[in-house]
Design a protein around this ligand. Sequence first.
Ligand SMILES: [Zn+2]
Length: 469
Amino acid sequence: MVGSDLDALLRVAVELFYRSDCVKAHLAEVQALPAPEYQELASAVTKALDDVEKPAIEAIKAIGEVGEKAIGPGLFDALARFSHWFAVAHELLVYLPAPNVLTETRGIIEEAFASDYDGLAPAIILGSLFNAFQFDFYQKLGRVLPDFRKISPPAGKRPVLQLPVCDRRCPAAWAVLGHEMGHAIDDNKEISHLVLPEAVPGIDRKNAAFEILSCWAREFCADLLAAEVCGPTAIMALLSLEYCVFPLRPVHRWSNTHPATKWRLEVVSVHLEKKYGADFLKPIRQAYDRAWQYSVDRTCPDEEKRRHFEHQEKLMVEKFVCPLADSITSSLPKSENGHQINDDSLTRCLRRLKGDTPIGAQGLPRRTLRARIEDYRSKTFSAAGERVMAFHDLATHFREDPLPAPALLFSSAKHRETIFDEAANRLIVDGDAGIKWLLHNMARADELSVRSIGSAMVQQCCRNDKRSF
Ligand SMILES: [Zn+2]
């Protein structure tokens, strides 16, 4: 059993080794292109990542050999260097040919957001900055080229959602686009803008605090819209991004543009627990709390300063976070997909993913089908026609329906969590072999999830008779 500081750092390590491997897979594709001018650049970035991984592996091995007392600053420092190099290496991808998003990425966001997606028609792109973004393309052009407004289309809106290149083949990470799509919807419907005066009455618009709170309201609104439509996966994808840069900044703090991640996780958890009647994010919060506590202890070693921070945090939550979250929640439009998490369906999906089987479609549980067969067998029929009718009725129960987008995303994210948890334990015991196990299993898991989403899309298109796919 490992301690909580070590748990937090191992989670960071697992996320970084996985993301670093995703970048290397992209670089290998670039090196295979018939374009020699890119080969040396791609090879240099691969070497840099290989090199920065070594001290992190050594630090983990040392803990495995000596025990938890060996944590010291060694592992944190090695991870901080890894995190910094990884973020820089990712930015260097800007000099290499840019890939496009997979059809499955667009398809799953389109299915989840339905008419909002159709209305906003966002462009989904991949970017070299290791983060996800949303911006309006025409607004951006209008800012840098003011005369462009004269020639821009009359509607003049084109949201762009950006995913980091390394997450191109990682379906559990795509849910972060749900948050970005939430920003695009909020910009269009002005939900956060309208609720702010009601949530924080009496605040002067010229006050700097008003600007900060309007940024926070935008973030809570995007988180809640994403949760309503995509379920728990959007906030999980956001945490996954944050773990990769965890050693580079005090993640427990709030900023002028973003509320503390812990508050965002809390706000989404409360909303989803009410929606589902079950707390699916509990293990995710417990893991994040360990990272949050590590961040607080590391940056506020002084007991008095820590108490002051905790007191200040409590006040912020009571005075601003709760009222903002309550007002936004009550103004949220209901999701068209009416998504609910079905525990039984989720368990079956996870079992299938573990057994390397795709989850694009799902029918009734096996035990229900067996009962239907027994029921059919036990019946007596007076005419042959009756038997045929009953058989046709029985056959309809064997129909499989494409799995809805939120269920596909959440199953994929839960499967990833299981692999990450086991990988964290294996890293300590097996070192390099643990990393190989992680990368092998995640490559399989991602491929399986992409395939599942693709097959669900094909099946859905056949049902809708959409020939355009
Ligand atoms: Zn945001």
